[in-house]
Design a protein around this ligand. Sequence first.
Ligand code: DGL
Length: 275
Amino acid sequence: MTAGNQSKPIGIFDSGLGGLTVFREIVNELPNEDLVYFGDTARVPYGSKSKDTIVHYTDQILSFLKTQEVKAIVVACNTASAYALEELEDRVEVPIVGVVKPGAKVAAKESKNGKIGVIGTKGTIRSGLYQKYLKEYRPGAEVFGKPCPLFVPLVEEGLWDDVLTRTAAARYLKELKEAGVDTLIMGCTHYPLIRPLIREEMGEDVLLVNPAHETAERMKEVLELWELNRDPAVPRSDAPYRFYVSDDPESFRDFASKILTFPLPLPEKIDIEAY
Ligand code: DGL
């Protein structure tokens, strides 16, 4: 990286709109940075697809972000972080951070009894990456992974505080409660949006880890390490936050208004298959 790179944006991508939970943490943690977000709304969900497919999708998205001249990349999607990051990180010339490692690190550190639960998509849990890092950071940890595939559609339907979601949560989280976990990683972009419901189900004593938050902190460290922080004295670009999707910009903007505190410009639709 050469001088001048500080003013470039950070690229953030997700399978769709859930990654906005990561975007908002980055905005809080790094308010001076310009951001480019890509949501793969044409090909969502990633959570039920194979590793090969996710690696291919991620590869295309990295090519797109290269055209945006980003100075660093955040893989906001847990499934893409779990399946594709280790495969593809050497292919990019800028620092790249996924959500799995930072989430696992803090859970391993904070758990008192070493019993740690992870919830996520089928792909994230099947990949075993959270489990691998948890055991690496905390040898002897007992890790309980549980896929919760219904949470994503329930959240996208806006049923954040609904009997259907509560029933799914009770069913999914029962075995983690019975296992006595004292720490639970919300290993999917959508889950922080139903945090109160997960909290109700798990009880007050269980620590809920939001990898989105830990990832934003990690990105802050990475920018400092690479000396890539944007100089706040340099005037801001006209559009500090730019959004791209692969389908249906209107729905994306509608959903974003439930997550972000500022109105979004209509995202630009791109043909991700062309990358
Ligand atoms: N963004 C995905 C994740 O965090 C959830 C949605 C999907 O399955 O694509 O794993």
